[in-house]
Design a protein around this ligand. Structure first.
Ligand SMILES: [Zn+2]
Ligand SMILES: [Zn+2]
Length: 343
């Protein structure tokens, strides 16, 4: 099969083609696993973190990609959840042990042996991939392949982030950063919490206008002060300055949820300007989001079909994965980037 592989950690500033197109043997499904013919795979900021070593894959070469939509092509033994030809999705959670303390409590996202698709196991930047059927989801028919792909990561983790804010209808929600995840969160928030006002912080004018089109009552630059304090804020930026700004804008007792797998070091000194009374006092909370559970992915797919949420997307052929990644790095974002494969 054709696959775009990462052969090692590198800097995207120096290496503009971090992924290489190669021919690999087709993967073979083992016990409980299905072989999936990939149709579409979303391009996520986490791939940049993997390439640049902030969340490094344990072995190389590796096939990246954890927002995979495809059809069941073959089944290993001890399977039965799907039929050949079913359209399925695979998200960031590739497997969890099911036995450790977090797993037993239903927090498989915190599993000590959590394995991520496209990092700890080969993912969807390829014509085929293999996964345990227990970690694959039926894709609702109303979505096209490219619409469904971004739902599997940006959507599912956005759903988890929104859940972790503990927002109640009528409370003010802030979103700092307005990429693929946030543009899905605003749609969920407007459906689930119709009386809540959404405030968006984004660096580019284009993103701010897009936020208003999607129903934000206010959109400003990261440093701007919104007209009202915010009960909860979800941060999806890769940097630190928005964290300090968000804490300043929180209502007393408010919660900041950080949805980022790693933060870049470039502006870490912004944290030195944290002032206890302005940024932290009055019981402000900070919580990070780690990974997703299967429950997040499947509940979110159902919710997305009901609303319905149809992500804006931009398609690239598999061989242009490097281009899609560089555009993401350069923050040329309007909707989600999706690789279209094998159709
Ligand atoms: Zn992702
Ligand atoms: Zn576990």
């Amino acid at each position: 099969m054709k696959a775009m592989v990462l052969n090692g950690i590198c800097s995207l500033k120096e290496n503009r083609k971090p992924l290489e197109m190669v021919e690999l043997p087709d993967p073979v499904p083992g016990d409980g696993e299905i072989l999936v013919k990939v149709l579409a795979c979303g391009v996520c900021h986490t791939e940049l973190d993997e390439i640049e070593g902030r969340t490094p894959p344990p072995k190389f070469p590796v096939v990246l990609g954890h927002q995979v939509v495809g059809r069941v092509e073959r089944m290993g033994s001890k399977t039965g959840k799907f039929q050949i030809g079913d359209r399925v999705g695979i998200g960031w959670i590739y497997s969890a042990c099911g036995l450790c303390k977090p797993c037993i409590k239903g927090n498989e996202n915190l599993c000590e042996n959590f394995k991520a698709t496209g990092r700890d196991a080969d993912g969807g930047y390829a014509e085929y991939t293999v996964v345990s059927e227990e970690f694959a989801y039926k894709i609702p028919d109303i979505f096209s392949d490219s619409e469904a792909a971004p739902l599997l990561c940006a959507g599912a983790i956005g759903y988890r982030s929104l859940r972790l804010t503990s927002i109640k209808d009528g409370q003010n929600l802030g979103l700092t950063g307005f990429g693929a995840s946030a543009h899905l969160v605003i749609k969920m928030a407007r459906y689930q919490y119709p009386s809540s006002k959404v405030f968006v912080f984004a660096r580019s004018e284009e993103e701010r206008n897009f936020a208003k089109e999607l129903g934000a009552v206010w959109a400003g630059d990261t440093e701007e002060e919104p007209p009202e304090k915010l009960d909860c804020i979800i941060d999806t930026t890769p940097v630190w300055k928005p964290i300090a700004e968000a804490l300043r804008n929180l209502e007393r007792g408010g919660r900041l949820v950080i949805n980022a797998i790693r933060k870049e070091e470039v502006d870490k000194e912004s944290l030195l300007h944290l002032d206890y009374s302005t940024h932290l006092w009055l019981e402000k909370e900070i919580k990070s989001v780690a990974n997703v559970t299967r429950r997040d992915v499947s509940e979110f797919l159902d919710l997305a079909a009901k609303i319905p949420i149809r992500p804006e997307f931009q398609e690239f052929p598999l061989e242009e994965a490097n281009k899609a990644l560089l555009e993401l790095k350069g923050r040329k974002i309007r909707g989600a980037k999706v690789l279209r494969i094998g159709f």
